[in-house]
Structures are given as C-alpha cells and as structure tokens.
Design a protein around this ligand. Structure first.
Ligand SMILES: [Zn+2]
Length: 412
C-alpha cells in the first residue's frame, strides 16, 4: 500500500494499530459495555431502500422478516436517524417521469412513514433536527434522492426538492445522465461532470444539499472534489482495495474525500464488501445475462410465456451460483481500512438495506447494529471513535454543508 504523507500521522491511532495486529488484538467486551457505548452514539444510517416497498403499500410499522427494515427492528437496533432513499430507477427517464417518481417517493417517506408513525419518527432536515429527534427518543427521518436524473435537468426542480426536505442527492444511479457519468455505465459520455453538472453541484452547495458521490464514475468524483465548496460524501460505498468493483472507492479517492472534510459511509452489500462475493456475483450476473438472451431468442416469435421463462432461467442460475455471503468482519475490515488510510473522522455507515439482496452474516437487518458495536469494541475502537463512525462524522459534514449554504446565500 502506498502511504500518503497526509495520512501518516493519522495511522498512529489505536484502532488502526490494533487492526494491523489482527485477531490477536481482540479484547473481551461485556454486554453492558456494548449497550452503554451503543446507547451513547447517535446512530445514523445514510441509505435505506425500504421506501421502494412502502411506496407499493407495505407497512413499515409491521414486523416483516422478508425485508431488512421495519420499525420494531429499527427500535431494537437503537437507530437515531435514517436517510430514506428517494430512489428513481433509470427506467423513469423514458417519458420524462423521473421527477414524478421522485415526488411519489418523497410522499411515501412523509405519508407512509412519518405521518403514519408520528410517535416513532420525526421528519428532520438539519443536523440539529437529528439531535433534537434523538433527544425526544424518536428516529429522525431524512431523505436523499438517488439518481440525479430526478431533477430532469432543471435547477428549478432541484430547488423544489430541497424545499420538500431532500438533504442529499446521489448525482447518478447506475445510469449516466445528461450531466454526470455513472460508475455503472460503460459509456461514460461526459468524462465526469458537464458544465451543467458543475452548476448542479454549485446550486446544491448554495442550498445546503449534500453532494453524494456514491454510484458516480471516478472522473465525476474528481470533478466533484474540484468544484464542490462544501464537503461531499459517499452515502453508501465501500473500499475498492478490499473489493475491486467500480462502485467502490480507491484509496486515493477516500483520502481526497477525507481531505475535503467528507466521509465514506460503508455499504453492506456482500459484493461490495468481499472479493469472493464480488467474484461470485459477477459470475452469476454474466451467466444470467447469457441465459436471458437465450430465452429471449427462443421466445422471439412467441412472447407469451417469456416473462415466466426468464424468471425460471434466473432462478436456475441462482441455484447454480449461490451468493457468497460477506460477514460482519468484512464490514469491520472496510472501516479499519478507511481508518488506516484516512483517519477515523472519514468513515461512517450507509447500509443499503432493502436495496441489496445479499447482506453480511451477523449484520443482516436493522436490528443487528449492536453486533457491529461489539465487533468494533473488540477490535479496540473507543467509545468516541464509535460515536464518530455512527453519527458524529456525518453530522459534521451536514453542519459544514449548512454553513457553506449560509455563507453563499449571504454573499449574494
Ligand atoms: Zn445505490
């Protein structure tokens, strides 16, 4: 690993040293300590896709073992705040229905979550709002748009979404849009951000909407680092050094993000956490793509039954290539890695629960956060480290975005 001068001093902190010493450094931790430290932290998860189910009618208040997320388990897990994904699939670009979909997703957060369970959730739009909800014993509910195509290339719509309470926007999803390239799209038409994309970032800075660089191409990331006046963040990304996929961040990117005051919120998808999981997932994806083509070819003159044949083919491949699960140890390894290269102020949590199929053993739903607290304590992280990782780092980034917005608006 190349040691960058900036991170040299930061690598001398205790958890990093313990992490380097490996499993031998584990200390024993009592249940009482886990509970005390867990309760002392403001646990903020910056990405959860349960909204894709609530928008279709499922009730977040009812225990639902088919999902990763429901209110009873959020309470059990001791969550303080959840950024709910206002996810707009690329398919809505066709027919200009992206903003329409974003409004429906905003409505499900407000109507199906906050208004339906007012004793449990409190809508929040600021760092202080998260602290206030937490003090009142409620879970702060916040919103982040996933997929910049939601603004339909309009700064006016961006401002409308800010007014609705959206506090971050992931500049792309897996699709490049008219002004930013995605990591999930081979075409990369803009080599990063276009001049309009830079204007979007500037307007987000002026409004106080955090710029989320998860999903964007490396070139778009570096453009954000160059132009953003406020610290950007990655709402749900992991480290490419440990799982080499384009969705993850290189060490250079993580260090640059940290230098800018930002934070990488570790994603729990197995294929982003473990190279073995990533390889297995890539193999099954390739096989699924080939199988689907085969089935489509077979049904090309007879579309009846195509849908079912496609499903059957996918299920067959999944049986042939079962997912290789990641573990809670993999999550800790990603946190350790970021701490080693960029410091404990640069890492947080963005689970992607209910947005991904495979999640880590031991950390497979929103009730299991205390397992992570235990694993971090065993690894030598202090109470104050855990408070930073769980919430204070993100609150710092959010406050900095609020400050930059105030300054930019005052300077007008
Ligand atoms: Zn995502």
């Amino acid at each position: 690993m190349r040691i960058l001068p900036f991170v040299l001093s930061l690598t001398l902190c205790a958890p990093a040293l313990l992490a380097q010493a490996g499993a031998a450094a584990r200390r024993s931790v009592s249940d009482a300590e886990v509970e005390r430290v867990h309760r002392s932290a403001i646990l903020i998860d910056t990405h959860n896709d349960v909204t894709s189910f609530t928008v279709a009618g499922s009730d977040i208040g009812k225990a639902d073992p088919k999902r990763h997320t429901d209110l009873p388990r959020m309470k059990k897990g001791g969550m303080a705040a959840q950024f709910f994904a206002v996810y707009v699939a690329a398919s809505y670009v066709k027919g200009n229905r992206s903003a329409h979909r974003a409004l429906e997703m905003i409505d499900t957060v407000k109507h199906d979550i906050v208004e339906r369970y007012p004793n449990d959730f409190q809508f929040a739009t600021t760092a202080q709002g998260i602290r206030d909800a937490h003090r009142q014993g409620k879970i702060a509910a916040l919103m982040g748009i996933e997929g910049g195509h939601a603004i339909e290339d309009s700064l006016r719509l961006l401002r409308r979404f800010y007014d609705e309470g959206v506090r971050y926007m992931t500049l792309t999803h897996s699709n490049s849009n008219n002004w930013a390239d995605s990591s999930g799209d081979g075409s990369k038409p803009h080599d990063g951000l276009t001049p309009f994309g830079e204007k979007v970032v500037a307007e987000m800075n002026r409004l106080g909407m955090m710029v989320d660089i998860s999903h964007v191409s490396d070139a778009a990331f570096w453009d954000v680092i160059r132009v953003s006046k406020a610290p950007p963040f990655a709402s749900h990304s992991s480290a490419r050094a440990l799982a080499n996929v384009p969705r993850n961040m290189t060490d250079e990117m993580i260090v640059a993000l940290a230098r800018k005051g930002g934070v990488i919120q570790i994603n729990f998808a197995c294929q982003f956490l473990s190279q073995k999981s990533a390889d297995a997932s890539a193999a099954s994806q390739a096989r699924i793509a080939a199988k689907v083509l085969e089935v489509e070819e077979k049904h090309k003159n007879d579309p009846r039954g195509l849908r079912e044949a496609r499903q059957t083919a996918i299920r067959e491949v999944q049986r042939e290539f079962p997912p290789v699960p990641a573990t809670i140890e993999d999550v800790v390894a990603h946190i350790d890695h970021v701490v080693q290269i960029a410091g404990v102020d640069a890492v947080g949590i963005g689970s992607d629960f209910d947005g991904v199929g495979c999640v880590p053993v031991g950390l497979s739903d929103v009730s299991m956060w205390p397992n992570l607290t235990r694993a971090l304590l065993e690894r030598g992280y202090s109470q104050s480290d855990i408070q930073k990782i769980y919430g204070e780092n993100l609150l710092r980034v959010m406050s900095a975005n609020e400050r930059v917005a105030r300054e930019m608006q005052a300077a007008r």
